[in-house]
Design a protein around this ligand. Structure first.
Ligand code: PAF
Length: 282
């Protein structure tokens, strides 16, 4: 399959007009590049849901705080294009910042999803989810796909996008894809590249602790205790946890005792990386 690479909104709308004139359905996989097996699983899933697949690669400045890793976020366009040529992908959109924010970032129209934006990662990264909602709405408007595919690894982001789409009544289905993990359970993430060998060995604890939280919830233990001991376990393993919680799977609200489905979610700093992960408790 030949891969078309586009960089401007005009090129994109001309391409999509031609594609739509054939009657083909479209799935969009939004990414920030530095693609790994987790992203490729999203593309594979997208190809099962629509006739044509588009991937966007854009390191979105509005979702990074001033002290965060926007400048050092790994950018690997050649590798990404090589990886995308191995999966069923028709179109890659790699816009420069001016194409996505033509009036400049300070003047950019922003979108906000109250409730889901301020908790957990949103509490630690003020404004992060406004940036995510803003860029996702821009991408959905540009592509107008039938389906858009997101990883469950960013579970809070997935719920936020679902809420955005439901509240605005956008005609797109949001598909979540389970997290792809290394053999030892560490969730694949572009930020794993920041880990040295020692931190990489430590990082696997995040996944182990989340699974253990799930087992304890299913055994009927009290939420506060599970969460407290999860934080202790992460600290004892040399991680700096930000949160380790059990929340309702549907909306991240506090669950009633024994309620299901819930999700165990955690974020922790490991060496130079801030990692997040979550585990379903069905
Ligand atoms: O998950 C990501 O890679 C990003 O947050 C997204 C959805 C592409 C928006 O920039």
């Amino acid at each position: 399959m030949s891969l078309t690479v586009l960089r401007t909104r005009d090129e994109l709308s001309a391409f999509l007009r031609r594609l739509r004139s054939t009657g083909a359905s479209l799935a969009l996989v939004p990414t920030m590049g530095n693609l790994h097996r987790g992203h490729l699983a999203l593309v594979e899933r997208a190809a099962k849901l629509a006739e044509r697949v588009a991937v966007s690669i854009f390191v979105n400045p509005t979702q990074f705080g001033p002290e965060e890793d926007f400048d050092r976020y790994p950018r690997t366009p050649e590798q990404d294009l090589a990886a995308l040529s191995t999966v069923p992908c028709d179109l890659v959109f790699m816009p420069p910042v001016e194409e996505m924010y033509p009036f400049g970032i300070p003047s950019a129209v922003r979108v906000r999803v109250p409730g889901l934006s301020e908790v957990l990662c949103g509490e630690r990264r003020p404004g992060h989810f406004d940036g995510v909602a803003t860029v996702v709405l821009r991408l959905l408007t540009l592509f107008d796909p039938e389906v858009a595919v997101f990883g469950e690894k960013d579970y809070q982001q997935l719920l936020l996008v679902r809420r955005l789409v439901a509240d605005l009544g956008l005609p797109v289905r949001i598909e979540g894809v389970p997290t792809v993990r290394d053999g030892d359970g560490l969730a694949l993430s572009s930020r794993n590249a920041y880990l040295d060998a020692e931190d990489r060995a430590r990082a696997v604890l995040l996944h182990r602790v989340l699974r253990r939280m799930g087992e304890r919830w299913l055994a009927g233990e009290e939420r506060e205790r599970i969460e407290r001991e999860a934080l202790d376990a992460l600290r004892a393993g040399g991680l700096k946890p930000e949160y380790a919680v059990i929340r309702r799977a549907e909306d991240l609200a506090l669950p009633r005792s024994g309620e299901r489905p819930v999700r165990a979610l955690a974020a922790a700093v490991v060496g130079k990386a801030r990692l997040i992960d979550n585990w379903p408790i069905p």
